[in-house]
Design a protein around this ligand. Structure first.
Ligand code: URA
Length: 203
């Protein structure tokens, strides 16, 4: 990538992040300490998408910095990836009260940012962490979503925002903190994503 296009990407990223920080499109803005834009490698082959910021993320304005984020970082490491290699974001950029699941209206108000992030980063693979992420990504791709238990471990070829990519649905790391047997699936799916990202492009 030439330095010029990297500069362009950075400028576009800064623009998205600024609009996220100032967004008032849904009532969640009234409750937030910080909106949480995605972050990471703007040319990452792998994007990870979570649900919404939790308490720590709301306080620090950064995604996946709490306990679930620590688990995610260690699973990335196990797959030979560093956080700075990937791009990490959420479907909803402001914390819902008591970490409840975001409503359909909140997802609808925020989903445009995720679409913009995908068009900017152009990942080969997106790991959808949990139900909200899987459902939002499949809806952007015009595909059916049958819930994370049915969909996990699949590799779904989609087109989102003009980008052809593979979505790998898996469990949310917060779920794996409560049910440790889910951790092995999550680890396997992240490893699968790392391998898929290294596959040569098909003609
Ligand atoms: N859970 C999420 O879905 N996202 C975060 O950023 C943190 C916890």
């Amino acid at each position: 990538m030439s330095p010029v296009s990297l500069d362009n990407k950075k400028a576009s990223y800064d623009d998205i992040a600024e609009r996220v920080r100032n967004c008032k499109a849904c009532p969640l803005h009234r409750l937030r300490t910080n909106a949480v834009p995605g972050e990471g490698n703007l040319s990452a082959k792998i994007m990870l998408v979570g649900e919404a910021p939790g308490k720590n993320e709301d306080e620090q304005g950064r995604p996946f910095v709490g306990a679930a984020g620590q688990l995610l970082s260690s699973l990335l490491e196990q797959a030979g990836l560093r956080r700075q290699d990937v791009y990490i974001t959420n479907v909803v950029k402001c914390r819902p009260p008591n970490n409840r699941t975001p409503t359909e209206d909140e997802v609808a108000a925020c989903i445009g940012f995720l679409k913009e992030e995908i068009s900017l980063v152009r990942p080969k693979v997106i790991v959808a962490l949990g139900n909200t992420a899987g459902s939002a990504l499949m809806s952007l791709a015009g595909k059916q979503w049958r819930g994370v238990t049915a969909e996990r471990g699949r590799k779904v070829k989609v087109s989102i925002g003009g980008v052809e990519l593979t979505v790998i649905p898996t469990y949310h790391p917060a779920a794996a903190l409560y049910k440790p047997d889910l951790k092995d699936y999550l680890a396997k799916d992240i490893k699968e994503a790392a391998e898929e990202a290294e596959e040569p492009a098909r003609a």
